[in-house]
Design a binder for this molecule. Structure first.
Ligand code: ADP
Ligand code: ADP
Length: 227
């Protein structure tokens, strides 16, 4: 069974005058990283929003572990979405930021502390837990944003242009960090980007999108082998 399957997925806006996503089919295996690659406006974010449950499909189905989730609310899908803009509270400490998603879910303090410290260690931020977010650099902020989602232990992680606001050196460091997450916790990742190099360096397979459709899905290794 695939971890995630999109079946003839469609999303229209404004009574059908805008077709944001048109008849997408995609199977993603557990532990796989698939990049959705395409230029602005091709339907990448809409696809992620439907997977996490922030938007409902106009038609088609979304299945996780073989079960349809279109009528399951976002908080119950076990899918984590990391937005492009960091969604980090800058006046709070790193610890408070990481704990937020568990506090709103009413978890116990001891459980929250354990989860926060685990994720901080995974992200190499154990020594930054008491720092204010506003004092962090760009790639550290991005790690906090990813960490805020990871504490909820999603089985699928959706990343929407997570590195596009970073400078080159921070971007390379974050790429390494993401590769480590892939291998250490075997997350299933859908990675949205308009950057071909980034898609090639992080994804197992690349789904090329244009005007709401997936044009082709290729293994990253075969694309690398092309002249
Ligand atoms: P991408 O993430 O690839 O940049 P989007 O998924 O954001 O693309 O958008 C796909 C298309 O759907 C675009 O033409 C966009 O203008 C349109 N769109 C997205 N959200 C809405 C909305 N809420 N209402 C109307 N049109 C929308
Ligand atoms: P719960 O089931 O825990 O009560 P809900 O399903 O009611 O949570 O979600 C509350 C709101 O939180 C949603 O409408 C959505 O805006 C946001 N939300 C929930 N889960 C996520 C997520 N994984 N990523 C982004 N936003 C989310």
């Amino acid at each position: 069974k695939p971890k995630l399957e999109l079946v003839s997925l469609c999303k229209e806006y404004d009574n059908g005058s805008v077709i944001a996503v048109e008849d997408i089919d995609l199977r993603v295996e557990a532990g796989e990283t698939v990049a959705l690659l395409g230029s602005s406006g091709c339907g990448k974010s809409t696809t992620l929003n439907m997977i996490v449950g922030l938007e409902s499909p106009t038609s088609g189905d979304i299945q996780i572990d073989g079960k349809s989730v279109v009528s399951v609310p976002p908080g119950r899908r076990n899918v984590g979405l990391v937005f492009q803009d960091y969604a980090v509270f800058t006046s709070m400490t790193v610890r408070k930021n990481l704990a937020f998603g568990l506090e709103v879910r009413g978890k116990y303090v001891l459980e929250i502390n354990r989860a926060v410290e685990e994720v901080a260690e995974l992200l190499g931020m154990s020594d930054k837990l008491e720092a204010r977010a506003r004092d962090l650099g760009g790639s550290e902020l991005q790690r906090v944003a990813i960490g805020r989602t990871l504490v909820t232990k999603p089985s699928i992680l959706l990343l929407d242009e997570p590195l596009s606001n970073l400078e080159t050196s921070a971007r390379l460091a974050m790429r390494r960090e993401l590769r480590r997450l892939q291998s250490e916790i075997g997350l299933t990742i859908i990675y949205v980007t308009h950057d071909q190099v980034e898609a090639l360096s992080l994804a197992d397979r690349i789904a090329v999108m244009n005007a709401g459709r997936i044009l082709q899905v290729e293994k990253a290794s075969t694309i690398c082998a092309m002249p």
